[in-house]
Design a protein around this ligand. Structure first.
Ligand SMILES: [Zn+2]
Length: 208
């Protein structure tokens, strides 16, 4: 499978469902492991991800409080992140080469959906991992519910109960707010311990 063709297919697939993307994401395949996490198949360019997750830190600060966030930020700073070296929108890594075609497709749909959300600059950034993983699942039937900071399950319940056009729904600010409110409640219930134990997951969540 050619990555470029599959990206184009995904853009057309979304277009047929009423989600028109003005741009097609650029991409690069690099025969190396992701420096942030060797298990990554692909990720969105940091600069785009920043658009996508702008304001998430403030939201988490509100949920967990200043002291806890400082602890968390300290942990994250110890992980020492390299600077973004690529200019393409989506970066695919070596492990992507070795996964089967169905799974590859789901990775591509997830990344394209991240790109579309960044392009549309939709509100409620906290939930972007969950919506992207749900988009991939809806398209391919492959379920990767993600880490504990992904709200895939909440998105899935909302979509299956209420929506025919799930992609349009996932861009609707009212729908996103509803998902986000449920996710915030869940995060509050689980407490900061979970976040501190999984700073790398947070990093993945807030940086990609
Ligand atoms: Zn993702």
């Amino acid at each position: 499978m050619q990555i470029g063709d599959e990206i184009q297919n995904t853009i057309e697939y979304l277009g047929r469902r009423g989600v028109k993307s003005l741009l097609t994401p650029t991409f690069v395949f690099v025969d190396e492991l992701c420096p942030y996490n060797p298990g990554f198949y692909a990720r969105l360019n940091q600069n785009l991800k920043k658009i996508l997750t702008k304001g998430v830190d403030e939201q988490l600060r509100e949920i967990y409080g200043e002291q806890n966030m400082q602890k968390l930020e300290k942990k994250i700073s110890e992980l020492k992140l390299p600077k973004e070296v690529y200019t393409e929108d989506i970066i695919f890594y070596q492990p992507f080469k070795n996964i089967d075609p169905g799974f590859r497709k789901s990775v591509i749909v997830e990344e394209v959906w991240h790109f579309v959300e960044a392009e549309k600059n939709v509100c409620c950034k906290l939930i972007c991992e969950g919506t992207a993983k749900y988009g991939a699942y809806f398209n391919t039937g492959i379920e990767i519910s993600g880490n504990r900071l992904s709200c895939f399950d909440i998105v899935k319940r909302e979509m299956e109960k209420n929506h025919v056009n799930v992609f349009k729904a996932m861009l609707d600010p009212n729908v996103r707010k509803r998902i986000e409110d449920k996710f915030v409640q869940k995060l509050k219930k689980e407490g900061i311990g979970m976040l501190l134990e999984s700073a790398d997951e947070l990093l993945r969540f807030s940086s990609f």
